[in-house]
Ligand binder design. Structure first.
Ligand code: M6R
Length: 366
């Protein structure tokens, strides 16, 4: 059932190229130059008339929501707020019929997300679901939705759910961008083409596995890790840190790279591995200077870079390459090595990767 892999998590990491194809199949029609998604197309006015989009989710799904915030604002110029479902539901939020709420949930059973949806509906908002499990509570409770077709995710640590959620949310953002006339024809087609190429690039990113095993050997006994990224890759830093925490029990924190000097830089010494997402474009030079700051404090740098990078490669202790793509889609690639890194470190520490202590696959109680 694990298809020859040692753990479900590893199997699911490797399933991502296919899972992403399954998710955009029949929706991303590059030859015709269109995106077809019934849940969005049938409700396009609701989206276009919205004052803002509020995304509610928990855990990794919340991280996908943060990536989506950057993508929606960049492509469609619609203001987006991303909320922890647990905070939103108890905050007496300001919400009304001019709001569109997108709930993201792999399982479709997360109690806080479900409660947030009910609250949004009571206040007249249009609620759209992005779920993986067909017929789940959240899928049924929402007004409309689009499934991620990732297939069953068994490992408690979410992997392919995350990348397929970003895929669906990118398709929605592009649909809205087109409907609002916010992207030029050529840019729109460029993004469609790039999205179609992502599965092949994920496959390429996975070939860093052996190299990541070696890096994992070096750092498996660390007590702390810092993850840094900017822009579209700031949420990837959060996701990388969450993945390491939950399966290896190593304390890890994700931060926007520029926030480092507002506190966490005090933690950096020769004992501190710092994972930095430093792909081209996206404030590359700024990230390079962040790396210099870490280096001058003797932190150990593991950098995720664009193929062929020279500048960061000279500074970092280790570099992991991912193929080039448009900035907005880099999270689909940069997250891959971070999944593998946490997986291998956890295995080397003899942790129960698929069922980490204290955690359940879906959190159906608050
Ligand atoms: O099923 P959901 O997407 O609603 O689950 C949300 C979180 O419980 C989930 O992403 C959790 O954080 C994962 N264990 C992260 O790997």
């Amino acid at each position: 059932e694990k298809g020859g892999y040692d753990h479900f998590m590893l199997k699911e990491i490797y399933e991502q190229p296919d899972a992403i194809v399954d998710t955009y199949r029949g929706r991303l029609l590059v030859d015709e130059g269109i995106i077809r998604m019934a849940g969005v197309d049938d409700n396009i006015e609701k989206f276009l008339n919205a004052n803002r989009i509020i995304i509610v989710a928990c855990g990794t799904s919340w991280h996908a929501g943060l990536v989506a915030e950057y993508i929606f604002e960049e492509f469609a110029r619609i203001p987006v707020e991303v909320e922890y479902a647990s905070e939103f539901r108890y905050r007496n939020p300001v919400i009304n019929e001019k709001d569109v709420v997108i709930a993201i949930s792999q399982s479709g059973e997360t109690a806080d997300t479900l409660a947030a949806i009910k609250l949004a509906k009571e206040n007249g908002a249009f609620v759209f679901g992005v779920c993986n499990v067909v017929g789940s509570s959240i899928a049924r409770e929402t007004d409309a939705g689009a499934y991620t077709h990732a297939g069953p995710e068994i490992g408690v640590a979410s992997t392919k759910a995350f990348t397929t959620q970003i895929t669906v949310l990118s398709l929605i953002a592009l649909t809205l961008a087109k409907a609002k006339g916010k992207l030029s024809k050529s840019d729109y087609h460029l993004y469609l083409n790039e999205l179609e190429l992502i599965p092949k690039k994920v496959l390429k990113a996975l070939t860093a596995n052996e190299h990541i095993i070696k890096i994992s050997e070096t750092y498996k006994d660390a007590s702390n890790f810092l993850y840094l990224g900017r822009g579209f890759n700031f949420p990837v830093a959060l996701e990388g840190a969450l993945k390491l925490k939950e399966i290896s029990y190593i304390h890890a924190e994700g931060y926007p790279a520029a926030e480092m000097k507002h506190g966490p830089i005090a933690l950096i010494d020769e004992q501190m591995p710092v994972v930095v997402i430093a792909t081209k474009k996206g404030h590359y030079e700024k990230v390079v200077s962040n790396i210099q700051e870490i280096k001058s404090r003797h932190g150990k740098i593991i950098a995720v870079v664009t193929e062929g990078d020279i500048m960061v490669s000279e500074l970092a202790d280790h570099v992991i390459e991912v193929p080039e793509t448009v900035e907005a889609f880099t999270p689909l690639l940069t997250t891959i090595p971070l999944q593998l890194l946490s997986y291998h470190i956890a295995v080397m520490r003899n942790c129960n990767v698929d069922q980490p202590r204290n955690l359940a696959k879906s959190v159906t109680v608050e």
